[in-house]
Design a protein around this ligand. Structure first.
Ligand code: LLP
Length: 389
């Protein structure tokens, strides 16, 4: 992150905390790294990582398409002007509305099971998602290509689904694989793409291989790209990719203020953000870098705890900090992906504001919610339906 510390203090002062701050230079740099590694591959941003409209507009302007998994995400894609080949509709249990909207927008569908062939809008372009049945190096909840995972069709089924698409008048573009998220080991991708290449004999040449996303922030992008292109070439296909985390994680920081401290069995540094603003530590045991924005000489180990009435509401364990005092600012890094996106109104907490740094100034790209925003859908709804028998 290249945002000066003084600018972070300014943002916290002006917009309040907790606050998500994004660095536009780091966003651009991440996309440049992806383009450098993957060359001419078509990039579909998995907007689940961070669906903020301002970020989507920026990526759309840079020629990036969107991978969408809900009607809401499709509405966002449409709102920023994306359509047709710029949109992928994915998901294991798509709704009727998602097929209809995807069809109206002329999107490409990722078929996750054979029955979907009969559910697609007429003459759809489609990819078939394949589950390579492999163990991968990530948290269990983030693995999607394991043998017991709900995603995709088996290697045996895939050629049949491609045929079924053709028979039904659709355009089967090719195969799709996404083995999970936050994957550290490039060998996992090598194994998965290798499994797919085994299908070449049966499928013949294909127009597209979609290699998904899932790249850990420290993964060897060049190595993954080489393997993905090798698999695509085996099919004579062009390569598509769907990064989420990689494009936005490092650009985002969660700013939170110290509320106070307590020394019991452990040292707790109590802050104004927690599981409602960054769920990943609680949900996946994810470790995010925490940087204090104050000085001090004596370092001690602190657990960073949020305001929720849940013991699991910790942002980090055993962080070395100078003595915290109320009002001190902490920067929780790598929070641009699945931070704001997974924030919640639990405890009727208002979702924080989001601001974007352009190198000289801050722009508010989402205002802080009010409690009234959180309960808005509960008001004016006193309609009742009586029992039908
Ligand atoms: N493509 C498909 C089909 C996906 O399911 C996903 C993520 C992506 C692409 C993007 O994956 P990425 O490059 O961001 O790893 N909430 C979790 C992450 C769940 C990811 C779900 N699918 C977290 O906070 O780590």
């Amino acid at each position: 992150m290249t945002i000066p510390t003084a600018a972070l203090h300014d943002a916290a002062e002006h917009f309040g905390t907790p606050l998500y701050v994004y660095d536009s230079a780091e966003l651009d740099a991440a996309l440049a790294r992806v383009r450098f590694a993957f060359g001419t591959a078509r990039v579909y941003y998995a907007m689940k990582a961070n669906p903020n409209l301002s970020l989507l507009r920026r990526l759309n302007a840079a020629g990036v398409g969107f991978e969408c998994v809900s009607s809401g995400e499709l509405a966002r894609a449409e709102a920023v002007g994306a359509s047709g080949r710029q949109i992928l509709v994915n998901g294991p249990a798509k709704s009727g509305a998602e097929y209809a909207t995807g069809g109206r927008l002329g999107a490409t569908f990722v078929v996750d099971r054979e029955e979907e062939v009969g559910l697609l809008p007429p003459q759809s372009r489609a990819l078939v998602r394949v589950n390579p049945a492999l163990a991968v190096s990530t948290h269990d909840h983030l693995a999607t290509g394991a043998v017991d995972s709900k995603f995709g069709v088996t290697l045996e089924q895939a050629p049949r689904v491609l045929d079924a698409l053709r028979t039904a008048g659709h355009t089967p573009l090719g195969l799709h694989v996404h083995i999970g998220s936050a994957i550290r080991d490039a060998d996992d991708f090598t194994a998965a793409f290798g499994r797919l290449s085994e299908l070449r004999e049966q499928t013949g040449p294909l127009a597209v291989l979609d290699a998904g996303g899932g790249w850990g922030l420290d993964a060897d992008l060049g190595g993954i790209a080489r393997e993905a292109w090798a698999a695509a070439s085996a099919f004579g296909a062009e390569l598509w990719v769907e990064p989420g985390r990689y494009l936005v994680a490092r650009a985002g920081t969660l700013l939170t203020r110290v509320v106070g401290t307590k020394r019991t069995g452990r040292n707790f540094c109590l802050v104004d953000a927690g599981m409602t603003e960054l769920l990943r530590p609680m949900l996946y045991g994810a470790v995010h870098p925490v940087t204090p924005l104050w000085d001090g000489l004596e370092m001690e180990s602190w657990d960073i705890a949020g305001p929720a009435c849940e013991s699991g509401d910790l942002l980090a364990r055993s962080v070395s900090l100078p003595q915290p005092t109320p009002g001190g600012l902490l920067a929780v890094g790598e929070a641009g992906a699945y931070g704001a996106a997974m924030s919640s109104g639990y405890l009727t907490r208002s979702r924080p504001a989001e601001v974007l740094w352009d190198g000289a100034a801050w722009t508010l790209i989402r205002r802080r919610e009010t409690p009234q925003d959180v309960w808005a859908a509960e008001e004016g709804v006193h309609l009742s339906v009586h029992q039908s028998v």
